[in-house]
Write a new protein. Sequence first.
Length: 509
Amino acid sequence: MEIWELGARKILSMVSSREVSAQEVLDSFLSRTAEMDPEIGVYLEIMEPDARFSAAKIDALLLRGDSPGLMAGLPCAVKDNISAMGANLTCGSRILEGYVAPYDATSVRRLRSQGAIITGKTNLDEFAMGSSTETSAFGATSNPWAPDRVPGGSSGGSAAAVASGMVPVALGSDTGGSVRQPAAFTGICGLKPTYGLVSRYGLSGFASSMDTIGPFGASVWDCALVLEAISGSDPDDTRTSRRKAIPYTKKLGRSVKGLRAGVPKEYLAKGVDPGVMAVFHDALEALMKLGVTVEEISLPSSQYARDVYRLLSSCEAASSLARFDGVRYGFRAPAKDMSDMYFETRTQGFGEEVKRRIMLGTLALSAGYYDEYYLKAARARTLVIGDFQEAFRNCDVLLSPAAPTVAFKKGQSGDLLSSSWGDTLTCPANLAGIPALSLPMGFASPQDEDCPHGTFEPLLPCGLQIMGKPHDEETVLNLGFAYEESEGEEVSRRLLEMRRGLLKECEPV
Ligand code: GLN
C-alpha cells in the first residue's frame, strides 16, 4: 500500500514513531495529486514550498524528541474561502483574483500549531453559493466516483480531494449544507459543527449568522481529530463559545445503546429518491440493532426552512459582499469615474449566481420590503429553532439522509430539484446553529440514468445525516463512529477500489 492509502490514524502513528517522515508522507500525497488533480480539478493553488517547509520543520521537531502536536505531519487542504497567509484567497470569484491573504484564519493557524501540513486551496462554488462547485469562476471540479458528475458543493474541491486520496483531511465551510452534501456525494465524512464552536476569523463571510468551518475526512475519527484541533474560543471571533475544549477523538467508542433518535417525517415527505430512501431505511435498521431507539417525529416549520434560509442568507450575503467594491481587494475594472468603477467592478467581478443573491438580498432589506421579507423570515427562523428545541426534549439525535439524491450530472445545477432542493435537508441545522454530521451509509443508483462508469458497480455513495443538540458533537460523532464500526466495511472497501480504479477511469478512451 502507498502512504496516501493508509488513512489519517495510521499515518499519524507512523510519523510519531518515525517509521516514515512527514516529508515522505507529503511526497506521497503530492505525487498522488500530480496524478489525479489534472482530471479532478481540486486545487486552485498548491502551496508546495510552504508545505515542504512545514513538513521539514515537523521532522526536525520529532528528531529532537519534541511533540509536534495532534496532527503532526498530516496533510490538510483548505477551501479557498478560508485565509492561509501568503496564498491567494479567491473564494472562487474573479472579484478577488490576485488578492493574497495577509494572515492565517484561526482554524488554519490552529491546524499548523497542531503539526498539520497545509497543502493548498481548494475549489468551491463562488463565495460558497451553490451545491455543485460549478459556479466557481475557475471551472468545475469532478466527482471522483464518476467524473461526469459533480462532487456536490459548495466545498466540492475539499470533498473530492479527500475522496480521491489527494489529502487525508480537509477544511470546508457549511452555511446551508456545503460540507455535508459534498461529503455525501463523494462517500466520505463531513461535519458542520455547532455555530460558534469553530472560529470564523479568516473565513470570508457568506451569511455570518450561519457560517461554520467544518472538517472532511475518510472516517468519523478523522473529522473528530480535525475538530479537536480547530475548535475553541477565539478573541478574534466574538461569537465563539467559551466552553472548555473537548478531546473529541477520546470520546469515541462508547456504547450507543438506549440512545433516542428521531426521524423528522417532513424531511422524507417528498423529493427523496427511492434509492436513497432504501439505503436510509437500512441504516435505521442497523442503528436499531446497535440498541438505538428510532421514532418518527415532526418538525412542522421545516416546510419553511429552505425559503427562510434562501432569503436570510441572501440578505446577509448582500451585506457582507458590499466590501468588494474594487477599492480594497483584488480585481478593479477600468472605468471613467468612481461610481462607474464600482458598477463595472461588481458587474464584471461577480458571477451570475452571486449577483442574483445580492439582488434578492438587497431588495429584501430595502425600505418598504424589510418588514415584509427580512423580518418575516427572521420570525420564521425562530419557529424552526423552536421545533428543534421541542424535538430535542425527547430525542438525543435526529436522523435523515444528508441529500435527497446521489451526485447529479454536471450541468444540472440550474435544475432546482437537484441543487437547491437538496438544501431542504441540510439548511435547517444552519438556521438553528446545531451540529450535523454526514457519513457514508451505502450506495444507490442515480435516477437520471445508470452510471456508465465501469470498473466498479454502477452505484454512487449517499450520506446519513446525524443532527445533535447544540454543543453535543460528542454524541453525534460517537453515534457516527458506532455506525461506521458496525457497517463501514463495505464503504471503505469500495472507497479503496474507487481510488485505485480512478486512474483507469480517467484515462481518455
Ligand atoms: N447549497 C447552499 C447554497 O447554495 C449551501 C451553501 C453553503 O452551505 N455554503 O446556499
